[in-house]
Design a protein around this ligand. Structure first.
Ligand code: GLC
Ligand code: GLC
Length: 826
């Protein structure tokens, strides 16, 4: 069942009912000011950091779901409704929500009155513009009342939802003309305020929540709206809000357009106030308002936003025999990559914005799907991330985007972290050819006095693995590897202890984690990632160092084959007792997905057929109709030696859920091994556009990936196996966005930046006759045509560039301009 449709020409998903199986959201803003907006206008805004600089308030886990947002209430002679249906939920005569690239348009109609609201954050602008177009489509004159609504957050979102003894007494506002200013703590230590404006006169306002809503009412029946009149209240403590009130009369056919702006302003300390030393200096706010105070300016702002996305999405576009693939590659997957790049795992409808900042491993992986869009921003991000690395190559696991400092509460010792940086830096160089990033002086732990070159950071990353091996010469598992929930040193039996950061007294003397437990995943990630570092060294003429690194990789492969190949697949780990995890010998969790793909792509044991055996085992034991489960069989009891993983009921999250992120690694591996049909089968099971038809089961947005889909065991814990099989959760902020962008564009379609050019090496479904792609790369544009006359999956037999035959399948770096590339498979 569908709840809308794709409008590819406009690059929109059009939702046709407000009753989606879950709130379906969009993101506005890409640089400083961000908004989350659901299809019923729920959500919130923040500046740069969803935790430290929250602008409007949002209540997670609310009943009913998704209450709180920027709402317009209409009181049309006693009939009260919202253009987005919520929160009043009066049945509308028509409803539509269009989520587009950085904007959302919500249209509702009731009793001949149409209200269309366009929400967007303009380019280089710290505010959300909301254009409300009201049209009287009836044959009679209409007089009605319009109320806007936004609820301020007292800046620090964590404090805002816990520290009520203070917060109920600090809220402060100012009102001047049609602008409501939020200035809690501005008098003292904050040099920023927010405002909510409208480009017209108003007939009243409210700034105190209880006066507007009524202490015992809800968003669905605010007293002021019921009474048809604002109270002109002034918040003084309690909960400041912003609501404009306006009476409007429209002749039949008449339209009125209002522009509201929800903005954020930072002020230099000595210019914060007017001459009286008390009143907010509003100059900057007024300048911002001036920028979008007419419908014409709003149109221009929207056009500019669209042009920016045209440009971004023009860098890579494809035309394949499958319109769902085109839709994902050309529009939605790239769009999601921008969002994950910006927000890491901080703020979504599943991530509260106060839980975590930027993740070291997450952000490095996000770069893989984003780097072609705005390489300069990727470069800056890489440097920021690297600056939180520690001198021994270890890393803070997370950092806050506002301060860019490593988060000491969580600390480090996640065994995979450093490797992802080798991958992101390599991806950056492959995309841009900008080797100078390696010369950049980058601090450790933000301390510039111990800065070293980026190259050295890669070196300490690489050797952090090599220098931390366990008894089998495999990497120590430490607190966790990519799988946050495999915590082999935790042994926690006390509620509330963090599986990732708790240091069990057992391992305290050893430095916090077992020196026995080893991660095969990190081993194979190392053998997959390491060769990039070797190539970099070779390029720089550091032959001896390259050889030394290569030896470490070869040795690791040898050890994996010797100690971690279980006959038909690779083990997951050795636990702290030295027992195998993810082995035939295990009672549960016999096979895990994570190490397999990277092992195959590193060609570990390929000469003995280990790659195909492994891929076949995955198909046999992990494949389901909705994707590949993470492990099988699921854990049905608590294995204290494994940590968090077995705390989830079977079929969810890391315990045999379909964790889409690592499905991508298998898609890559199948494509790498030349099995394009299998790769595509797995891809089409999880790519959102393919799940649209089953949105009732899938629940989350059909235009973006979610972190997890319920596995085949979901429900088994309550004796209803398969109950939530196929149900998506945790949409938007997942490494799947980047990795599936890589999987489809670089492995299946096979257009892959390499250090010395653009490789073309598709691994596609046999039935395809071919496809076309346009790729801008290092200043030139390549129009690539792939022909597949013999209907193979993989194998380039001929390539011409501008009519000239090229040896191999790498397009060399060419001069600016457009180049025609013709590739024949066979
Ligand atoms: C989440 C985390 C990511 C981790 C994964 C598996 O997606 O953001 O860092 O690798 O879960 O545990
Ligand atoms: C990741 C995992 C989640 C785990 C969390 C711990 O997000 O997906 O299951 O609880 O990390 O930080």
């Amino acid at each position: 069942m569908k709840f809308g449709y794709f409008d590819d020409a406009k690059r929109e998903y059009v939702i046709t009912t407000p009753r989606t199986p879950y709130p379906w959201i969009n993101y506005l803003g890409t640089q400083g000011f961000f908004s989350l907006i659901s299809n019923t206008a729920g959500g919130y805004c923040f500046y740069k950091d969803a935790r430290l600089r929250r602008i409007t308030r949002y209540r997670y886990n609310n009943v009913p779901i998704d209450m709180g947002g920027r709402y317009f209430y209409i009181n049309d002679n006693g009939t009260i409704w919202n253009p987005g249906w919520s929160p009043v939920k009066t049945e509308l005569d028509s409803y539509e929500c269009r989520h587009g690239m950085g904007y959302t348009i919500i249209t509702g109609k009731k009793d001949g009155l149409k209200a269309e609201v366009t929400f967007f954050v303009p380019q280089n602008y710290d505010g959300e513009v909301q254009q409300v177009v009201l049209t009287n489509e009836s044959s009679k004159e209409k007089t009605f009342k319009l109320f806007s609504f936004a609820e301020w957050c007292l800046w620090d979102a964590q404090d805002d939802c816990t520290n009520f003894q203070r917060n109920f007494s600090t809220g402060r506002v100012e009102v001047k003309d049609s602008v409501i200013y939020h200035k809690t703590e501005y008098r003292d230590r904050r040099n920023h305020y927010a405002f909510y404006s409208v480009n017209d006169t108003i007939d009243g306002y409210d700034t105190d929540r209880d006066s507007f809503i009524g202490l015992y009412n809800g968003f669905n029946n605010p007293e002021a709206v019921l009474n048809g009149k604002a109270t002109n209240s002034f918040a003084d403590g309690w909960s400041p809000i912003a609501s404009h009130y306006k009476e409007i009369t429209l002749a039949p056919g008449e339209t009125k357009t209002l522009v509201f702006i929800l903005g954020y302003v930072e002020m230099p300390v000595d210019e914060k106030f007017e001459a009286d030393g008390k009143t907010i200096n509003k100059v900057k706010a007024l300048e911002m308002i001036e920028k979008y105070n007419t419908p014409e300016k709003v149109q221009a702002g929207l056009a500019e936003l669209k042009a920016a996305w045209d440009k971004l999405l023009g860098i890579l576009s494809v035309e394949t025999p499958n319109d769902k693939v085109d839709r994902m590659v050309n529009i939605w997957n790239q769009y999601q990559c921008m969002v994950t790049f910006n927000l890491s795992r901080s703020a979504s409808y599943f991530e509260s914005g106060i839980g975590r900042g930027m993740g070291f491993r997450d952000s490095n992986q996000d770069i893989l799907g984003f780097v072609h869009q705005i390489p300069d921003r990727a470069r800056e991000r890489i440097i920021d991330i690297a600056s939180t690395q520690l001198q021994d190559g270890g890393c803070y696991h997370q950092y806050q985007p506002l301060t860019k400092k490593g988060n000491a509460d969580i600390g480090g010792d996640f065994s995979d972290d450093p490797l992802w940086m080798i991958l992101s830096v390599s991806a950056y160089i492959k995309e841009t050819g900008d080797w100078s990033i390696l010369d950049e002086m980058v601090p450790y732990d933000n301390d510039m006095s111990v800065a070293e070159t980026m190259l050295k950071h890669l070196d300490v990353s690489f050797y952090h693995i090599v220098n931390n091996l366990g008894p089998h010469g495999l990497p120590l598992a430490m607190r966790a590897d990519w799988n946050d929930c495999i915590n082999l040193s935790c042994y926690s039996d006390t509620p509330g202890e963090s599986f990732q950061t708790y240091t069990n007294p057992k391992f305290k003397a050893e430095g916090g984690y077992s020196k026995i437990a080893e991660s095969i995943f990190v081993a194979t990630l190392f053998t997959y990632t390491g060769p990039n570092y070797v190539e970099i060294l070779k390029h720089l003429g550091k032959t001896a160092e390259a050889e030394k690194a290569q030896q470490a990789i070869d040795k690791m492969k040898e050890n994996v084959m010797k100690y971690a190949f279980d006959g038909d697949w690779f083990l997951r780990a050795y636990d702290a007792t030295g027992a195998k995890m993810g082995s035939k010998e295990c009672e549960e969790g016999k096979i895990f997905i994570e190490p397999q793909g990277f092992a195959v792509m590193s060609e570990i044991g390929k000469d003995q057929g280990a790659d195909i055996k492994t891929l076949n085992s995955i198909d046999k034991y992990l494949n389901t109709k909705f994707g590949l489960v993470l492990n099988n069989p699921c854990f049905t009891k608590y294995y204290i030696q494994y940590g968090e993983i077995s705390t989830y009921p079977g079929g969810y999250k890391e315990n045999a859920g379909i964790f889409t992120h690592n499905n991508a690694w298998i898609i890559c591996a199948e494509a790498y091994a030349g099995r394009g049909d299998k790769a595509f089968e797995y891809y089409s099971k999880i790519a959102p556009a393919f799940t649209e038809e089953t949105s009732d089961i899938h629940k989350t947005e059909p235009y973006v990936y979610g972190q997890m889909i319920g596995g085949k065991d979901a429900g088994s814990d309550v004796g209803q196996t398969g109950k939530n099989f196929g149900q998506g959760k945790n949409s938007w902020l997942t490494g799947t966005a980047a990795w599936n962008m890589v999987a489809i564009s670089q492995y299946i379609l096979g257009i892959k930046p390499e250090f010395d050019g653009l490789m073309v090496d598709p691994s596609i479904p046999q039935e395809w006759d071919g496809f076309k792609a346009t790729r801008q790369f290092r200043g030139a544009t390549y129009n690539i045509t792939i022909n597949n006359p013999k209907h193979v999956c993989k194998g380039v037999v001929e390539m011409t560039v501008d009519g000239n035959k090229v040896n191999g399948n790498i397009i060399p770096v060419l001069a600016a301009g457009t180049h025609e590339v013709i590739v024949t498979l066979g």
